[in-house]
Ligand binder design. Structure first.
Ligand code: SER
Length: 609
């Protein structure tokens, strides 16, 4: 068992022994939430339950959540940022609170993982008068007791550090002022691992001439654990009310924990990355340890980006010029460019995918089962980019200034994501104006404005309501496909925005136009009949029988919710849905295409009433 697998299993087991249900990781692309492109923390798929909805698996949950942070793309290249990571999590949904949480996580780190308590430092919320939220004295007292049990006198300012809302408050949107009304959040308490004496870069940081401390960012301290006491909800008037239940939301990066366990303050030298890097460098004379700083940065970028790309692809993302697909394309093209500079040769992409398929086979089997497909897509994208790379670079190198139109030309004709142009131009001291690029892009798009966009301009309902309507319509679509096209068609994936619903399902051949019409008519008939949509809870086996099986069976927890649209459809799903199908309004099938062998994709749009 690799060290990473061992650590993950240890954590899940520890919390299982403390009454937590182990729930599967949600996919990297949120299933029914179009407000964000990626799952970027463990709590994200659990928001409804933190706000009070009952979770089918109970009040104590634990998981390892695959996470992706696109905002970190630019940061990758240093010793600790990665775009993809796993977040170990445990939650109390109105059950236990800090008196249990802090001792549990501290003892886990010390007794189960074997970290030296003398190397652990903690931070606590200092309180905020304006928000009327007090200093977290309870957490301070718990920490002092826990350290005392290990023979350590934990003084404030030496072992326990107090920070304000910028550092010790957690919500999806950051500090309190940035939170929208309705958003849950709360003070948190973090554990940092001390990698040793103050590092040279401390001298360059804003803390120069000051004592080093957990949040100084010089690299000496690395955050490995974050317990959020999620008990507040932002109100429309900007104040904070207490939630109906006091929750614990714990998250700790698996790879960060591995850094502490292996005592390596460069994540790329841990066992999570070192073997991958060796494979990447196999055809070169380079070694990571002997690489110069520029080479090292490029190697880190290639390693991070290919790992993230493979994980995204295993969750169904393919390179494109939109949304998740665009981010994936950016990652791949940036990695390919760096690999070209490092002269990694031709085999690295496939070799890396093969390695990752083994590394994650046990926990995320789809990385292995889709390995061939992923490799084929990687090669396809590399080929596409490489054929334009030289030309693009030639064009770019000729330019002495890059206006919006030129950046758009490089984007459209040479396949350079804007950020890549910006990065390469910056190396030559050239500035590229993002606004000008966006304007050029918009001018171009205005020419081919989609019908659906135009239709929605009138704004029948808000984006959230439309997304929910499309979600229920997707259930009707699958049911109609089963009725008229293939009785055992299964959903392989879906993606829903306020503009349209997209469903991937198992089928070998395209729909005939007659079938398309039958399916569309059936959905609209069900919508017109204004059927009630009901949610019921069942154990997994019973639910699978009710719905006739599912390709996601191994992702489900023991207790699941089933949505029934009387006389039409029954599916295992977490919602949300409309209450009556009539709320959806008329829809039409827009496009149909093949996604991979045996999988087809259909789009639904709203139709004129
Ligand atoms: N939500 C917190 C985080 O992402 C803890 O899970 O850090």
């Amino acid at each position: 068992m690799t060290k990473m697998n061992e650590l993950r299993a240890k954590f899940l087991n520890y919390y299982r022994e403390r009454g937590h249900a182990v729930i599967p990781s949600s996919p990297l692309v949120p299933e029914n939430d179009s407000s964000t492109l990626f799952t970027s923390s463990g709590m994200q798929p659990l928001v409804p339950y933190l706000l009070g909805e009952k979770h089918p698996a109970g009040k104590r949950l634990t998981d390892s959540q695959k996470s992706f942070r696109a905002v970190d793309i630019e940061e990758v290249g240093d010793a600790r940022h990665t775009t993809f990571f796993e977040m170990l999590g445990n939650w109390s949904l109105g059950d236990y609170f800090k008196e249990e949480q802090l001792p549990w996580i501290f003892n886990f780190l010390v007794d189960e993982v074997g970290l030296d308590p003398a190397k652990l430092y903690v931070t606590v919320f200092a309180g905020d008068e304006k928000l009327k939220i007090p200093r977290d004295d309870a957490a301070i007292a718990i920490w002092q007791k826990l350290f005392a049990e290990r023979g350590i006198n934990a003084k404030i300012g030496e072992r326990i550090f107090l920070y304000d809302q910028k550092k010790n408050w957690w919500s999806r949107s950051g500090e309190p002022a940035q939170m929208p009304a309705g958003e849950p959040g709360g003070p948190d308490s973090e554990i940092f691992y001390d990698f040793g004496t103050q590092l040279q870069c401390h001298e360059k940081s804003q803390w120069k001439n000051k004592q080093c401390h957990p949040n100084c960012d010089c690299g000496r301290f690395v955050e490995i654990a974050n317990s959020v006491f999620m008990q507040y909800q932002k109100q429309a008037d900007g104040s904070f009310a207490t939630l109906q239940q006091k929750n614990v939301d714990y998250g700790g990066g698996l790879e960060r924990l591995l850094m502490a366990v292996e005592n390596k303050n460069d994540v790329f030298t841990t066992s999570a990355f070192a073997p991958l890097i060796e494979i990447l460098l196999a055809e070169t004379k380079l070694s990571y340890s002997a690489a110069n700083p520029l080479e090292k940065k490029s190697i880190r970028i290639v390693a991070d980006h290919i790992r993230a790309a493979v994980m995204l692809m295993s969750d169904g993302v393919l390179p494109s010029n939109k949304e998740q697909g665009y981010i994936l394309r950016r990652l791949l093209r940036r990695a390919i460019l760096m690999a070209d500079k490092l002269q990694l040769g031709d085999a690295w992409l496939s070799a890396a995918a093969d390695f990752l398929s083994q590394q994650y086979a046990e926990v995320y089997p789809q990385v292995k089962t889709q390995n061939e497909l992923i490799k084929a897509e990687l090669e396809k994208e590399a080929k596409k980019f490489k054929s334009t790379l030289r030309n693009g670079l030639k064009e770019l190198n000729k330019l002495t200034e890059i206006d919006g139109q030129k950046a758009f030309f490089l984007y459209e004709s040479c396949g350079f994501p804007f950020e890549l142009t910006q990065e390469i131009a910056a190396q030559r001291g050239l500035k590229v104006d993002e606004q000008a690029f966006l304007q050029a892009k918009m001018q171009h798009q205005a020419l081919s404005k989609s019908q659906s966009e135009a239709k929605f301009k009138g704004g029948l309902a808000d984006a959230q309501a439309i997304t929910v309507q499309f979600h229920t319509a997707t259930h009707l679509l699958l049911a109609a496909l089963r009725k008229f096209v293939k009785a055992d068609a299964y959903q392989k994936g879906s993606n829903i925005t306020a503009e349209r619903a997209r469903l991937d399902f198992t089928l070998d051949a395209p729909l005939t136009s007659e079938q398309k019409q039958q399916v569309e008519d059936q959905i609209n008939a069900w919508i017109k009949a204004d059927l009630p949509v009901k949610k019921t809870m069942h154990n997994k086996e019973e639910a699978l029988k009710m719905v006739g099986g599912s390709v996601f069976a191994d992702r489900y927890p023991d207790q699941v919710s089933v949505y029934t649209i009387e006389g039409a459809s029954q599916e295992i799903c977490v919602g949300p849905h409309v209450e009556h199908t009539g709320e959806i309004g008329p829809v039409k099938i827009a496009k149909e295409k093949s996604v991979s062998a045996g999988v087809r994709r259909l789009y639904l749009l709203k139709a004129a009433a």
